[in-house]
Ligand binder design. Structure first.
Ligand code: ZN
Length: 642
């Protein structure tokens, strides 16, 4: 048989293992797995036909997954040895690591990791070969039934195809989404990271299992620098900084994903909202304010009831009650209803509606995090209803507004653009025909190319009613999140029977652009907290100035200075505690207050104040008037002083 590798052709007389092929190519030391005619296999796979051959190394995403899936396999085996009664569910890879779900039947804590890791090390040291076993589905089902593995049986039922590939060492068998390494000894630096509860198959109605997370690297030094990075990211996580700074809190009696904004956090959100709404007004947006809930009739028309119901909160039972009320997951159908109030002519278009909208989404409990994934959130939502010939200009306008906001907030260099498309193979997830989608996607691609936006394409990430341009940011843990979106919709205007009278006096169908400008306020705030480490630019800082007394003799002057600053619209607080000045300055630094003013006897005598900037240090003495003028200028310019 002939094996083609890059431009080399190797000849073999008999079936050969992938490992021996790699050896002949002198790449066996770096090869973790291989691809045969594009399909991934373990190096223990036997090649028995003409094919192309590619090598998979740790430098590839696939290589990392192979490596970490093997670590998960070794973890599962170690658990079997240490906890013989534990039931194995299923494992996988995720981000920088791997995980495995178990039904332990006894309480397990992170303190148990040491003995589990010791057992994993023993399995790695024994360098057990990991064989690839291919069998029929029937044989696999029989085996699983005989071995009494209820979770595996359910998992097997969910796998596609008539044959099943399993991997085995001695008497331990498991399946894996990715091929595994050829022996356990290939693993070098493995570490268990954390443990959490996870519902079996992600369904809240199922039993809660224990999920163990870990990671694995080819080199100990890479693992060490990764662990250092994780510690670093934890200290920069908005979920820590935001709570430490008293921006928000949560309470178990209120529930997960329902943050409470405390005075400082609420202030920052208010400042963002004022700025966004004012800028939208300048750009011709019309403000709406619509209910947070509606009869489900509205969502039946919009398609949400068919395509989105499992992510919605609603009250009442469709079969029992006359009226089912649902909390809204999106603003679209409400603004469409307003559009339909009164006949529109071509002269009225485009209509740009915007609303700071409170929305609700039933996120799974395991998916919620800080402010970035929550159940109630606030979107800078909006819909542009336009004629087809206005689509490109309106789309460009929506993108320009997002770019402007990103520039002011200082995050324009931290994002990438994604063209989110539908998944033709999953057509029932979407409204509209293949023709509608081809048309919408072609139009969108043309617009993006004309705007000169560099983007990646993602199949299956579209909204159910149309393709999206997603502006993607990364959190401190390296996880990508959608911050802002602009979407083209060829479907909902028809579903809502929205029309306008064209120049010939005929009824015509408008197009709709769904857009968010600054996105979800909570998530964007999370990004800003991480970007600035909680030290907001002056215009956004909840407390802009702290006035501190040097001695109890100047308390009155300090309180007066605070009052004057407040009257000028500058957010000031006073620190008149009987503490040493050093402590007062340190506390203001920890609270990330941009300016600290100090008033002592000397300042009172000369009618001045001593000014300190959080990062620039001592700025010397000035009069209160000089200081206020300087600060007002800095606030108005929205300057970012790092
Ligand atoms: Zn919408």
């Amino acid at each position: 048989m002939k094996v083609v590798f890059n431009d080399q052709v190797l000849d073999f007389d008999a079936p050969t293992s992938a490992f021996d092929i790699a050896k002949k190519l002198k790449i066996d030391s770096i090869a973790l797995a291989c691809k045969i005619d594009g399909e991934a296999f373990s190096l223990n796979h036997t090649v028995d036909r003409d094919c192309t051959f590619e090598v998979v190394t740790f430098a590839d995403e696939l290589g990392k997954r192979v490596y970490r899936s093997t670590a998960g396999f070794v973890l599962a085996q170690a658990i079997k040895n240490v906890y013989p009664t534990a039931e194995h569910a299923v494992g996988g890879t995720d981000g920088d690591g791997f995980f495995y779900d178990f039904d332990f039947r006894i309480p397990i804590a992170q303190t148990d990791f040491e003995k589990i890791e010791t057992e994993m090390k023993a399995i790695i040291k024994a360098n057990l070969p990991i064989e690839e076993v291919v069998g029929t589905r029937k044989a696999a089902e029989k085996f699983v039934a005989k071995s009494k593995m209820p979770y595996k049986a359910e998992h097997l039922a969910a796998l596609k195809g008539d044959t099943v590939t399993a991997y085995k060492t001695a008497d331990f068998y498991d399946t894996s989404e990715y091929p595994l390494l050829r022996s356990t000894g290939k693993l070098k630096a493995v570490k268990l990271m954390s443990l959490t509860g996870a519902y079996w198959l992600g369904n809240e109605k199922n039993k809660m299992l224990t999920r163990i997370y870990g990671t694995a690297f080819e080199k100990k030094s890479d693992l060490d620098s990764y662990l250092k990075g994780v510690e670093d990211a934890k200290s920069r996580d908005h979920n820590k900084i935001g709570r430490d700074l008293g921006l928000f809190m949560t309470d178990e009696n209120i529930g997960q994903g329902l943050p409470l904004f405390m005075p400082n956090g609420a202030r920052v959100l208010q400042l963002m909202q004022r700025f966004v709404e004012d800028e939208e007004q300048k750009r011709g947006y019309l403000l709406t304010k619509t209910p947070i809930m509606s009869k489900n009739n509205l969502f039946i028309t919009s398609g949400h009831w068919d395509h989105y119901k499992d992510k919605m909160f609603y009250m009442g039972d469709e079969d029992m009650d006359d009226e089912v009320l649902a909390l809204r997951p999106m603003t679209c159908p409400f603004q469409f209803t307003i559009y339909k109030n009164g006949l529109k002519s071509y002269r009225d278009l485009p209509v740009r509606y915007s609303e700071t909208a409170t929305l609700f989404r039933k996120e799974a409990s395991g998916e919620m995090h800080g402010l970035s994934r929550i159940r109630q959130f606030t979107l800078s939502d909006g819909h542009i209803v336009c004629m087809p010939e206005q689509l490109e200009e309106e789309f460009a306008g929506a993108v320009d507004l997002i770019k402007y906001f990103m520039h002011v907030f200082g995050i324009e260099d931290d994002v990438t653009y994604r063209f989110s498309r539908w998944d033709e193979k999953n057509a029932k997830k979407y409204v509209g025909t293949k023709r509608d989608w081809t048309r919408a996607e072609n139009t969108m691609r043309k617009i993006l190319d004309n705007l000169g936006i560099e983007y990646t394409e993602a199949v299956g990430e579209a909204a159910f009613y149309g393709p999206k341009l997603d502006v993607q940011g990364k959190n401190v843990h390296g996880k990508e999140e959608t911050l802002f979106t602009v979407q083209i919709d060829f479907a909902l205007a028809t579903r809502f029977d929205m029309i306008y009278i064209d120049e010939n006096g005929e009824k015509a169908r408008p197009l709709i652009i769904h857009r968010s400008s600054i996105g979800c306020y909570e998530r964007t705030l999370a990004m800003l907290i991480e970007k600035f480490g909680g030290a907001f630019p002056l215009w956004l800082a909840p407390e802009q100035v702290r006035v501190a007394s040097l001695t109890d003799r100047t308390i009155e002057q300090v309180l007066e200075a605070k009052k004057q600053l407040l009257s000028l619209g500058i957010r000031a607080e006073a620190d008149v505690r009987s503490e040493k000045l050093g402590k007062k300055i340190r506390d203001a630094q920890i609270a990330k207050v941009p300016y600290t003013l100090v008033i002592g006897d000397k300042e009172v005598e000369t009618g001045t104040i001593s000014v300190r900037h959080r990062t620039l240090g001592d700025l010397g003495k000035m009069t209160q008037h000089e200081f206020a003028t300087m600060v007002q200028y800095e606030i108005a310019s929205k300057e970012i002083k790092l």
